[in-house]
Design a protein around this ligand. Sequence first.
Ligand code: AMP
Length: 386
Amino acid sequence: MAHLRCTAVPRVRSYLSASFLRTSTPPATNNGVRYLSTTAALRSSKSFAPHTQIFHEVAPLRKFRRDLLFNYRTVGLVPTMGALHEGHLSLIRQAAAENADVFVSIYVNPTQFGLNEDLASYPKTWETDLRMLNALDRELASVGSGRVSAVFAPSTKTMYPTLPPNSSIPGVGSFIEMRPLGQLLEGASRPVFFRGVATVCMKLFNICAPERVYFGQKDIQQTVVIKRLVKDFHLDTEVRIGPTAREPDGLALSSRNVYLGTRRRNVGIVLNQALRKAEAQYKAGNRKRGDILWPANDHADKVELEQDALGPSKRARFEVDYISLADPETMEELEEVDDSRGAILSGAVKMLPIEEPRAGEELGVGDGKIPVRLIDNIVLDPVILG
Ligand code: AMP
């Protein structure tokens, strides 16, 4: 599973398609930031991109990107839906360490939300996001890292020029689908999700033409889908995966966590706890599905029963959607882990609305009424023999 981890800084790829732009000298580095040029002036990000520029349209962003290309600068793209948190920022830092320029896209993509999902209520925090990006850019400038050079925040009309996007399952429009990969696990519960993700990422990659794209391990099936997209459509970009940023107790950071409130947040750690119990089985040498998964299922069942037994003013009920042990490239369920491939342990739980709030209780955005889907995963690394 080493390929799913953020390990070594990658080689600088020759993204440049025009042969006259190719450089025969090794790529220059400046505090670890990769450039394709050895010209000192071009390495000074201060003189080139002092501030993050905001783009809403494709053409000006393309021109900006082309100018960077002609100046031998590498671009790392971090696609997001905004409501930024430390998980997003860690990906941007990683991108800035490996590229001269970082593009961050902020776009809540409607086609990845099913008709009954939380598109309307998805948190939108544009001003705060920009403040966070500007502060991060200043931090990056001070350490001589790559810069946050562009924020791309398109409208839906820009991203879907031909038709209004359609989220129904038969869906009219131009879409990219991976079958069966996109229909498993998250895709089983959210049938249009990966179609929307793959489609919007194809658009973003075409618009930004990044040398590298950055995704969080937090959404592990999404990373598998994106790797498949790049491979099957021969996209000229490298997929880089950043580790999951977590709260001190292990809860994975997520834009949706603001809806949890204290009571559901405290119980929501059940998923990470369950996965860690399964991981311990793998580390102890177990390879059979039942042996690995039973303590995870057992833990989730126990916590569910404990919560059910509490009164409605005390409990936070949840439903386990899945706890999976899957192949790292296909996401197909495994009966036994092959040491040479490792596996992905992943899970999803739905935190149900708070039934009876207590006076003065901190219920989160939406007053505890919005169900919250939590996902998490642990990569079981291959075992290198001998
Ligand atoms: P989102 O805005 O939720 O679509 O996420 C944008 C990117 O940030 C995706 O690649 C996510 O996997 C990544 N991401 C979200 N949460 C985390 C986290 N806790 N740690 C690392 N990456 C994350």
